[in-house]
Design a protein around this ligand. Structure first.
Ligand code: TXA
Ligand code: MG
Length: 349
């Protein structure tokens, strides 16, 4: 299959190209597109064949449910059993935006899309290209992140092309995404509501609308017997090819540890990468050093994390050390993804 590339940005909303892409979706084809979080791999959420094609293109297990993307709040009504008052309150507070709601599904949503579950994940993205594509595609677009299963989610179209070229009908290149980590997922079918995946919309923000909100304990601990409640969170994900080890502790001890470990690894035949911050980038010896962002601005770290993991793959790095990050606010989402990429290997120094 030849994969077509469209260039569509907020500044250049090519309506003709969007109509073509929308038609591909309506006919059961697959189109990757930018959202404010990461690139998504879109297919018609109400067409079981499209869902099957998505799983095939990603190489993803079909018990891993897809998020249904909409472009108007009222479009939630036909696909869920009931829009509860708190679902509406939270949608009005955070949509369009990087938040996914889990609700009981209606019969309109095929089990192929929900991975056999009676619940459905719904999100209304704020990226204008995403919103317009959803509208042109019929209003209900299932879209997992547009990476091959097990790879970091793509934040640039070139990574989508790397993974999906020849496997899908089209890619919309809309430039670099703004947030860089997938949406926050909150399960509203339980009491109190529970965060299944941390993201840009933090627990503190959600609690202002909903009162008490719990966080799935597997999100930060994991690695042991705890099974995450979002099926997709149980897979080893976001994984770079090199083995990744997180160092936690006082900054000077972390730096010392890494600076001692690197020469030994190099002698052992490794090519070593370091994920550090602008604050520490000058403190390390000879290695592939990547400053992910500044600790003064966690958003800068979120935006770059996945592309750094991909760059280490491109440069065939075989061992990676990373500093650790805060465990609340947006830092919780950053640490959650980093821990998964590391298979939960963390050393306390
Ligand atoms: O930011 C995002 O959410 C991106 C962009 C493209 O919108 N999409 C995304 O989709 O991250 P994906 O498929 O990579 O992740 C969806 C996650 C998986 O962990 C899946 O298990 C969970 O959502 N999920 C979907 N439906 C669910 C349900 N009914 N109950 C619990 N978890 C669900
Ligand atoms: Mg994903």
């Amino acid at each position: 299959m030849e994969t077509r590339i469209f260039h569509i940005t907020e500044q250049n909303m090519d309506e003709a190209a969007l109509a073509v892409a929308g038609e591909i979706l309506q006919k059961g084809g697959l189109v990757a597109f930018p959202t404010e979080t990461v690139y998504g791999l879109g297919g018609d959420a109400l067409n079981p064949d499209s869902a099957r094609r998505i799983y095939e293109a990603k190489g993803r297990p079909s018990d891993n449910p897809l998020i249904v993307h909409i472009c108007r709040i009222e479009d939630m009504y036909p696909i869920v059993r009931e829009v509860t008052p708190r679902a509406l309150a939270i949608a009005e507070a955070f949509w369009p935006g990087p938040l996914t709601l889990i609700l009981e599904k209606s019969d309109r949503v095929p089990y192929e899309t929900t991975g056999g579950l009676d619940t459905v994940a719904v999100r209304m993205p704020s990226h204008p290209v995403a919103a317009e594509l959803i509208r042109c595609g019929g209003g209900y677009i299932a879209a997992p992140s547009a990476n091959l299963s097990g790879k970091p989610s793509p934040t640039l179209a070139k990574y989508v092309v790397q993974d999906m070229n020849g496997r899908i009908d089209a890619v919309i290149d809309g430039g670099e995404v703004g947030i860089g980590l997938e949406s926050t997922i909150i399960d509203l079918t339980v009491e109190p509501p529970q965060i299944l995946r941390p993201g840009y919309i933090t627990r503190e923000m959600l609690e202002q609308v909903l009162g008490q909100v719990d966080v799935d304990a597997a999100i930060l601990e994991g690695g042991g017997d705890l099974v995450p409640k979002a099926p997709g969170m149980k897979y080893r994900h976001y994984a770079p090819q090199g083995d990744l080890i997180i160092l936690s502790g006082e900054e000077s001890k972390v730096v010392d540890y890494i600076n001692k470990a690197v020469p030994e690894d190099v002698r052992g035949g490794h090519k070593v990468g370091i994920i550090c911050t602008d604050e520490t980038a000058g403190l390390f010896g000879d290695a592939v050093i990547k400053a992910v962002g500044t600790r003064k601005d966690e958003e800068s770290i979120a935006r770059r994390l996945y592309s750094i993991l991909r760059e280490f793959d491109d440069e065939q790095v075989t061992r990676i050390y990373s500093e650790d990050f805060e465990s609340d606010g947006l830092g919780q989402a950053i640490m959650n993804r980093l821990l998964k990429a590391a298979g939960h290997r963390i050393i306390y120094v």
